[in-house]
Design a protein around this ligand. Sequence first.
Ligand code: FES
Ligand code: FES
Length: 223
Amino acid sequence: MAETRVPKVPPPGEAVRSASPEPERGSGFSRRQFLRGSAAAGAAGAGLLPGFLKAAEAQDEPGVAGPGPVDMAFSINGEAYVATLEPRVTLLDALRNHLDLTGAKKVCDRGTCGACTVLMNGQPVYACSVLAIEAQGAEVTTVEGLGSPENMHPIQQAFVDNDGQQCGFCTPGFVVASAALLARHANPDQDTVHKELGGNLCRCGTYAGVRAAVAQVGGGTNA
Ligand code: FES
Ligand code: FES
């Protein structure tokens, strides 16, 4: 299987990041979705537009995707990605094994721990429980997309400030879930925090630090 990542809107003259040549097989995304999105600009800039359009035309034809690999296109952290994957591949495996985005962690792989939490159109989801092919057309945000070490999201900084991690394996999921929580509730009370983060488990028991981090950003009423 092969995958390619291109800047969503590559600056003029800038080299395009490419892991491998663009494959040309069936499709997993709609031509209409593709043409509506700014991924078209990135694909055109990378010289990938013919391959995208061929895949999009195949998608418009009636039929069932798979079981073999099909072309897929994603919008992740504001960038366009393409990959050729079997339809059975989860979003988590696509991110970690094919798109070099390893922030979301694979722990239970069955929708119980929250270590793999990412946002789809702003809503937290377990990436291990979403098929990659279903994530096409959505804006996916991983922990890498929230901030950088040089410019952290406030909740990322708050986890650092409050020792909201021990082994750290659950931390990316908690950070993403906390960012979603704070986007919905600027100043969440304790019950809201417990409810909204109830789908994330920490085997090290760092819950006090997590709550303190959320309190630091959310006004300090929930710790
Ligand atoms: S790895 Fe997805 S919920 Fe545990
Ligand atoms: S910090 Fe180790 S599982 Fe949460």
